[in-house]
Design a protein around this ligand. Structure first.
Ligand code: HEC
Ligand code: HEC
Ligand code: HEC
Length: 439
């Protein structure tokens, strides 16, 4: 009798646990809406939603190249395979036209679609989760009043077990927290506004923080630098590797124009970020700059000016002597100096006008822990953002050998940083990746 009771108790607990488990692994469907009811939508809310969509960069992932709407189908390469974005226009059949606000909010906070499928965190809901309800409501109103576009979803290219969506429940249990943004009492309102936007919709740490082996952002590491689409994303704030440090004007220039005279260009996946910030509310972009300045230690004016002068002095004249008057230098660097003279110095030279590129010594590419962004600039060129359209660099066709050499030279000549190691192997991998299909 006693034993029976205990067993019954145990099984009740077990069934309850299984129930919770099943709810997490197989979430319920949220009923489709018959039609969108825009009666309660206001122009102000829709405009606010559009601003938030720019700050959240939704179009960067949901709008295919050359398209106008967010009809999805953009392939996002991840270490686990390619994941395609979905149609978030209000088309009732192929988009989110029959999604209630509750369904949208659940997707943005919990990463679950209307039908109850878990979504991959390639959709940065792990950042979006902290967005306020009012902001999500505005975003929803904006999305639901866009033109519907019919576009079926593309099948992901993921191997087993990553193709099994219910397993994402386990990933979420380990890594996903739906916590609201907590303002820092020491920050001004503007700085907290910037922090809120950066940490939630802006999802800056999706690229600027390291990820663990299961693709989850390592929050404890802060903005210590990460990677995105084959580019290194620099550490931000206190851990920035910029030789000059950043002040608020540098951040504002970089975020509005995609270029700063003290740091260079916003290349790779950062270009789309700044292009969308350009369309966002100016006060919000300033707030992000104010927050970044707040978390960046100030470099004193004189030190900064002296470093700037020293770095600019490294710029070379077009007719420079690649032997540097017989100076001791590693062989690879020596050959790189010639490659630089033949291919680069006609643009990357002593500056006589603001239209020329900044000194390479100022850029993250040259100061980064690996040569990745230098390789990318050379192999793919620089397609500047809308605020710096003249700063285009065409790809330069170099052999893997010459690429390694020129990178060795850039590092050696323009920075104080230790030489990059394993350059030859990294350069040949980069050249091969470019030649592979898909590029
Ligand atoms: C870094 C790329 C990226 C960004 C930025 C992004 N998304 Fe997505 N989004 C995705 C991907 C990929 C999916 C599909 C995930 C899946 O299939 O599991 C997705 C799915 C969604 C879904 C679920 C749709 C469905 O049919 O299941 C919604 C809603 C959504 N995104 C809204 C947004 C909004 C709103 C923004 C901007 C605030 C945004 N996304 C920004 C990549 C992105
Ligand atoms: C999709 C990935 C991605 C997202 C999202 C992203 N960044 Fe970046 N960011 C990059 C990459 C890559 C670079 C390096 C660009 C280069 O070197 O040309 C960069 C560069 C920067 C730099 C220059 C830092 C330096 O030391 O040179 C700043 C500042 C910056 N990002 C701020 C932000 C902020 C603020 C956000 C959020 C609003 C953000 N980024 C979101 C990928 C991203
Ligand atoms: C036709 C002119 C031109 C040539 C040739 C050229 N570049 Fe550039 N490069 C640019 C411009 C313009 C930029 C954008 C940066 C700016 O304006 O500050 C740029 C950017 C870069 C960057 C990114 C810097 C940053 O701001 O983050 C690197 C690295 C780079 N170039 C390396 C090279 C190397 C190495 C070569 C030779 C193999 C080369 N470039 C040849 C014009 C050129």
């Amino acid at each position: 009798m006693k034993i029976c009771k205990v067993l019954a108790g145990v099984s009740v607990v077990a069934v309850a646990a299984a129930g919770v488990y099943a709810a997490d692994v197989f979430p319920r469907e949220i009923a489709p809406m018959a039609a969108i009811d825009t009666a309660s939508f206001t122009d102000d809310q829709i405009a606010l939603g559009e601003n938030l969509a720019n700050l959240g960069d939704c179009a960067a992932c949901h709008t295919p190249r050359g398209a106008r709407g967010m009809e999805g189908g953009v392939g996002l390469p991840t270490p686990f395979g390619v994941i395609y974005s979905t149609n978030i226009t209000p088309d009732p059949e192929t988009g989110i036209g029959n999604w209630s606000f509750a369904a949208f909010e659940r997707a943005m906070r919990s990463g679950i679609d209307r039908a109850g499928n878990h979504l991959y965190p390639a959709f940065p809901y792990d950042h979006f989760a902290g967005t306020t309800r009012d902001d999500l409501e505005a975003l929803y109103q904006f999305l639901m009043t866009q033109d519907p576009v019919r576009a079926d979803r593309k099948a992901n290219e993921l191997g087993f077990p990553f193709s099994v969506r219910p397993l994402l429940a386990g990933w979420k249990l380990l890594f996903h927290r739906e916590t609201a943004f907590v303002p820092n009492p020491e920050f001004t309102d503007e700085e907290n506004r910037g922090a809120y936007l950066a940490e939630t919709l802006g999802h800056c740490s999706a690229c600027h923080s390291p990820r663990n082996a299961l693709g989850a952002v390592t929050r404890s590491a802060g903005l210590a630098g990460g990677a995105a689409e084959g580019w290194l994303a620099p550490p931000l704030g206190a851990v920035s590797v910029s030789p000059l440090g950043w002040d608020i004007d540098d951040y504002a220039d970089y975020l509005f124009d995609g270029w700063s005279e003290h740091h260079g260009i916003a290349g790779g996946p950062m270009t789309a970020v700044v292009d969308h910030l350009r369309d966002a509310d100016e006060d919000d972009v300033f707030a992000i700059a104010a927050w970044l300045a707040r978390i960046t230690p100030a470099v004193d004016k004189d030190t900064r000016a002296a470093r700037l002068t020293a770095i600019k002095a490294l710029d070379l004249a077009e007719g420079f002597d690649p032997g540097f008057g017989g100076q001791q230098m590693p062989q690879e660097v020596q050959r790189g100096a010639q490659v630089f003279k033949d291919n680069c110095v006609k643009c990357h030279k002593q500056r006589i006008s603001d239209t020329q590129p900044v000194s390479l010594g100022l850029t993250y590419a040259a100061n980064a822990p690996a040569p990745t962004n230098v390789f990318n600039a050379v192999l793919y060129g620089i397609e500047p953002g809308l605020g710096a359209t003249a700063r285009k660099m065409q790809p330069v066709a170099l052999s893997a050998e010459n690429l390694a050499e020129v990178a060795a030279f850039v590092r050696w000549h323009f920075t104080d940083q230790p030489a990059w190691t394993n350059l030859a192997a990294q350069a040949s991998a980069a050249v091969q990746a470019k030649a592979a299909p898909g590029h």
